[in-house]
Design a protein around this ligand. Structure first.
Ligand code: NAD
Ligand code: SER
Length: 315
């Protein structure tokens, strides 16, 4: 059994990944951490940790005899544009800290998420291949690309078992997203149920790669459990599922909530979205570790509305 520590465990991904890992490896093998305190007592093992504080980080790893770190704490693309220096520090320096923990023998395995944000203008927009040129334009994308290079460097130079996925925009109902460019695809469901109206910060034809959270969590655990000899990518894997525009998502919601209306008021995130792919080619992940998504747009829309109705007390 791995002994796992998750950073940023209270975020959109961590709040679901933590419990998937608990279910798989047992509650005593999973330690959730975050800079914030949880609002309830659903975490059996929780430590407050600012990942920028490397000494406290090390102490917690030792205290719990951790061998595997899922390093999720980061600043997302929209917020990172507002605080670029802080974003660089949080998103790159703390990854180096974790990689050095592995180099020093403190831990053995690392999962670290990259993003479709590593791609920029110049890469193929449709079916962006694994090896397409990477010219990120946002600070978030620049930091993610640096992180990918760190991962491959530590793998090649020090044989560190670090694995990574380029997540697309993740759609989920449990925890609100933390300030990314793809957040509209979650906000829209809340507003559709609360107000039957949504002001979208991207324009109607902005296609982006997306994925329902259950697929993302399953794919992450599958990657971490794949025998190392099967893995050919040591930077980060393209990882794909859905691709749709705000207009297509709105039409899908309107089929279920006929009164729903959408208006398009693009803001600074439009330029970030315009630099990202419409959809990415994940054939290397399919070949190396059998990645296959299960949720299409109608299935994702059904489950989001059903779960949010329950969460918001609408049924
Ligand atoms: P999120 O913003 O929802 O959560 C991040 C968590 O990190 C928060 O709970 C926050 O409190 C915590 N945090 C912030 N600063 C911290 C610090 N100094 N020390 C410890 N914790 C700190 O983010 P998320 O959506 O869960 O994303 C997790 C990872 O996945 C990030 O690396 C992100 O870049 C990546 N990713 C997410 C998406 C997505 O659509 N959600 C897509 C691509 C990549
Ligand atoms: N969902 C993320 C963001 O928009 C993509 O990495 O920041």
């Amino acid at each position: 059994m791995p002994k796992i520590l998750i950073t940023g465990a209270l975020g959109q991904i961590g709040s679901e990944l933590t419990f998937a890992l608990v279910e798989r490896y047992g509650e005593n093998n999973v330690i959730a951490t975050d800079i914030r305190q949880p609002l309830n007592d659903e975490y059996k093992h929780f430590e407050q940790l600012d990942v920028l504080d490397a000494e406290s980080f090390k102490k917690i790893l030792k205290k719990h005899s951790i061998d595997t770190v899922y390093h999720l704490a980061a600043m997302l693309s929209g917020v990172a544009e507002k605080f670029p220096v802080r974003a660089w520090d949080l998103n790159t320096k703390t990854l180096l800290t974790v990689l050095n923990f592995a180099k020093d023998g403190l831990i053995k395995n690392i999962f670290w998420p990259s993003s479709i944000a590593v791609y920029g203008r110049g890469a193929e927009k449709e079916g962006t291949p694994q090896s397409a040129i990477k010219n990120p334009e946002s600070m978030y994308g620049i930091a993610k690309l640096a992180g990918e290079r760190f991962c491959e460097y530590y793998y090649k130079k020090f044989n560190i078992n670090v694995r990574s996925i380029r997540y697309p925009g993740l759609i989920s109902w449990k925890t609100q997203p933390g300030g990314g460019t793809t957040d509209y695809a979650v906000d829209i469901f809340y507003q559709a149920l609360e107000n039957q109206k949504y002001n979208c910060f991207l324009n109607e034809n902005t296609a982006l790669p997306m994925l329902y959270m259950d697929d993302a969590i399953r794919g992450t655990i599958e990657l971490m459990e794949t025998p190392s000899e099967k893995l050919s990518v040591h930077s980060s894997y393209n990882f794909s599922g859905l691709s749709f525009t705000p207009k297509e998502l709105a039409e899908e919601i309107k089929k279920r909530i006929p009164a729903f209306e959408i208006e398009y008021l693009p803001d600074f995130r439009q330029s970030i979205a315009d630099s990202w792919p419409n959809w990415i080619d994940d054939s290397v992940a399919q070949k190396d570790w059998g990645w296959k998504p299960e949720f299409d747009l109608p299935k994702m829309t059904d489950i989001m509305l059903q779960q949010l109705k329950l969460k918001l007390g609408k049924i």
